[in-house]
Design a protein around this ligand. Structure first.
Ligand SMILES: CC(C)(COP(=O)(O)OP(=O)(O)OC[C@H]1O[C@@H](n2cnc3c(N)ncnc32)[C@H](O)[C@@H]1OP(=O)(O)O)[C@@H](O)C(=O)NCCC(=O)NCCS
Length: 199
């Protein structure tokens, strides 16, 4: 009889644990996003700085050898943060802040900053598992994220996941300062609905 293949484990990561696995986490990020390898080096300090933000939390998938194959983290968003101010600018430019039909997206939200699965492990709902674990009991009214309108690799995978989980458009074709690519900002209220039973 052959043993069933060992499955990856979903783990909560402390700031120290993420720092210990930072090289692997950044490799997952670079491979998943299709970025040049040098991007990992540029992001190191930013990711470490994020671990010190209020409400920061992280989860990942570990393979049986103890290597990260998925990584996700986020923190409490608020005024003064670069991302908050960029999204506020985008909403103001579109007059959304004055539209009573629009939810007050920037009030009391968790920013889902990173969510990545190594390409060879994609397609098994590992991304959804991390998203659900990260957002469980997060203590905010909303979750917001930004994602490229056009992913360089694996087009549409993140979009399909976010739409499946009920994320709505907050901003489309938004240009963050210093990045020429169009991004979408998506959001939804919390908590997430329970995962459907899968047979
Ligand atoms: C987005 C991401 C985290 C989702 O994780 P995942 O474990 O692949 O998630 P899922 O298995 O639920 O797949 C999401 C969708 O992509 C599809 N998909 C994933 N891998 C696929 C593959 N190899 N071939 C075809 N479709 C694939 C799934 O079928 C699913 O679509 P569906 O909801 O219509 O069924 C992961 O695909 C990823 O890291 N993508 C690149 C990085 C990225 O875009 N991150 C988000 C930035 S904001």
């Amino acid at each position: 009889m052959t043993a069933a293949p060992a499955r990856p484990r979903l783990v909560a990561l402390s700031s120290v644990e993420l720092a210990d696995h930072l090289g692997e986490a950044l490799d997952v990020y670079v491979a998943a996003m299709g970025y040049p390898p040098g991007t990992a080096r540029q992001r190191r300090n930013l990711w470490l700085e994020h671990t010190r933000r209020s409400g920061w939390r992280s989860v990942g998938w570990m393979d049986p050898g103890g290597h990260l194959i998925g990584i996700a983290y986020g923190y409490s968003g608020g005024p003064g943060q670069w991302w908050f101010e960029e999204v506020r600018r985008g909403l103001a430019a579109r007059g959304a802040a004055r539209d009573p039909a629009q939810p007050d997206w920037l009030h009391d939200y968790f920013e889902l900053t990173e969510l990545h699965v190594r390409p060879d492990a994609q397609g098994s709902r590992l991304g959804e598992g991390m998203l659900r674990a990260l957002l469980a009991g997060v203590g905010h009214r909303m979750v917001l994220l930004s994602t490229p309108e056009y992913a360089p690799r694996a087009p549409g995978r993140a979009w399909r996941l976010y739409r499946r989980l009920g994320f709505e458009d907050v901003l489309r074709d938004h240009r963050f300062t210093g990045d020429s690519r169009p991004f979408a900002v998506l959001g939804r209220t919390l908590p997430l609905p329970p995962a459907p039973e899968r047979g």
